[in-house]
Write a new protein. Structure first.
Ligand code: GDP
Length: 354
């Protein structure tokens, strides 16, 4: 028998044995789905948290239970404004969300903040995982803050976040913020579940420097140039003008909404109420012209297709006949003995029992 080695502990990262205390607690005790749902509908943050942990779990019995809970919550979901927020690390996303969130709580709204961060490998993910972020917000009863599901492909993380939105809405959160870092494909995932898309930028740094792709700028309903305070205020104003000019070159949006560019400061509060006004104004416009509902339907359709793809791929990967032949086919393709198309055809035929 191989000698058991002690698990290595990286500083600041939990050893895998204690990865998720919620999951450990749930291994001990699972409740009937109705009990979770009752708790969620009554607004219990504990029940909501536990149900989201089930969504995040890979154990089949947790997944089954999670799907039952989602199904029961679905009729109570949908009544919220879903806002996607993206921007490079350090641009001020969490500071902005805290400032906006506190304003919303003052207005009597209830806010859930979720994250999509495929890079987060453990429960202490790189966004939202740090407990010091959004301290004031997380202390409030009317706010629910949840870090990104850990260590998975973007597709997996995005699905879990989308399912968590349903539970948060059923729990009475009328404003949902989905945060992501402005790198990779995660913005597209956030865009596919948000009604309004906010891009935060820094003053005085070109797009390339901020790693912002044109496609992301195009998705934005509002571009907010953050850190418009102190000596950066004039720079921020100049950036605002440049982005306004640039946006003119883009074709009009299907939503009928003309994207806005504003300056803001998450630390002084400049422009935060105005940013919220833009969200409301966008909501009013898209409610009136029918786009709001149409977009939500398109998103549901998109997620149906995504789920079919994911489920088919998972079934394909687990199929014993495919597993037996896969390595050999891959090798043949790599050696040029079989075309990728033929290789795929062979494996898919095996999967389909051909
Ligand atoms: P995130 O990585 O995008 O979530 O960025 P954070 O919210 O963690 O902010 C990164 C740093 O920028 C922190 O030190 C913040 O205090 C600072 N910061 C955030 N917003 C502003 C702002 O509007 N003005 C100034 N001067 N600093 C800010």
């Amino acid at each position: 028998m191989p000698k058991r080695t002690k698990p290595q502990v990286v500083s600041g990262v939990s050893p895998s044995g204690s990865l998720n205390p919620h999951i450990q607690a749930q291994r001990r005790k699972l409740r009937p789905p109705g009990e979770y749902v009752r708790g969620i509908l009554e607004g219990s943050r504990v029940m909501l948290s536990q149900a989201i942990t089930l969504i995040e779990s890979t154990r089949p019995e947790h997944q089954k239970l999670a799907q039952e809970i989602i199904g029961l919550c679905l009729p109570h979901s949908g009544h919220s404004i879903r806002i996607g927020i993206t921007g490079s690390p350090g641009v001020g996303k969490s500071t902005f969300i805290e400032a906006l969130g506190l304003l919303l709580l003052e207005q009597g709204r209830r806010l859930a903040v979720l994250a999509i961060d495929p890079s987060s490998k453990v429960s202490k993910g790189s966004i939202l995982g740090d407990k010091t972020r959004m301290e004031k917000l997380s202390g409030s009863e009317a706010a629910f803050i949840r870090p990104s599901p850990a260590g998975e492909s973007l597709g997996g993380v995005a699905r879990k976040t989308r399912e968590s939105i349903i539970l948060c809405e059923a729990a009475g959160y009328d404003t949902i913020i989905i945060e992501t870092v402005g790198v990779g494909q995660s913005e597209t995932a956030v865009h596919s579940m948000a009604d309004f898309f906010l891009l935060l930028l820094l003053p005085g740094a070109g797009d390339e420097l901020q790693g912002i792709k044109r496609g992301i700028v195009e998705m934005a309903d509002l571009i907010a140039v953050n850190k418009a305070d102190g000596e950066r205020l004039p720079l921020a104003k100049r950036a605002r003008q440049e982005y306004r000019n640039a946006l003119h070159l883009f074709p009009p949006k299907e939503s009928g909404w003309a994207p806005k560019v504003e300056v803001c400061s998450a630390t002084t509060g400049l422009g935060i109420p105005e940013a919220w006004q833009q969200v409301l104004s966008h909501w009013k416009t898209t409610e009136e012209n029918g786009y709001f509902l149409k977009n939500r339907r398109n998103q549901a359709y998109y997620w149906l297709r995504e789920s079919i793809n994911q489920q088919l791929l998972a079934a394909f990967a687990q199929d014993p006949a495919v597993q037996e032949k896969r390595k050999a086919v891959e090798q043949a393709v790599l050696e040029g003995k079989l075309s990728p198309f033929q290789g795929a055809e062979e494996l898919v035929a095996l999967f389909l029992g051909g």
